[in-house]
Design a binder for this molecule. Sequence first.
Ligand code: PAF
Length: 283
Amino acid sequence: MQVHPTIAGLRTALQQATQAGQKIAFVPTMGNLHDGHIALMTEARAHAEVVVASIFVNRLQFRPGEDFDAYPRTFEADCARLRAAGVDHLFAPDEAEMYPQPQQYQIEPPPEQQSILEGEFRPGHFRGVATVVAKLFNIVQPQVALFGKKDFQQVMVIKNMVREMAFSIDIIDSPTIRANDGLALSSRNGYLSAEERAEAPRLARELKKVVTAIRGGNRDYSSLESAAKQALTAHGWVPDYVAIRRKSDLQSPSAHESVLVENLVVLAAAKLGSTRLIDNMEV
Ligand code: PAF
């Protein structure tokens, strides 16, 4: 695997592949890689001759007071995992390379996409994500890019950005990878104490209960959301939201709308101690 700290170095290395007509698949990450990331790298290989990963902890998508400084940086271990996964190129810029001056041109997703759910609790987060992803797309120029569905809203924002900005890139979303006890894999799981780690799978269990209830015919969505929040609160969690939404645009299905339940997703975010976890399940 070739490691490229600069945009120029990566572009030179990828020129050959492009000239030979080889397809490039790209997996952007913030590092601290787990099996969920590696599954994306493996899937990327099925779509293209050349697999490019990136590791960049993107300051723009963190608010002051969030975990930008504390975000786990495990570069050597990440490189070993990427090599073992057969990744061809790793783009690993520092901040001076990505943002040599303050990033004044930014991608602003529409309010109805960026101010709901995660965006309500992390204002500006999706502007930061869309901006860095657009910049990475310009740098790597992939034909295919892969993202995990654990960040369901992120995938929606990126797909819409790609469509509206006419990026010629296929966005592939891949299923969430879970630990044996159901906890969705996330770099932030590393913040959990042993006791919190034992409690953490409750988030997925509550989502599953909501999904099962909807599949079983329950259409009282607001009661289902409240019951899940209460169950989490009763076990020491501080929920930001449990929300049953349409998959297509993450808006609430209105009471009079006949949305097929297969078109719904249940999303949740909640704090356990000082760690904020998110998860979702499609109905
Ligand atoms: O999902 C992530 O790790 C990040 O949001 C991404 C897509 C790499 C952008 O920084």
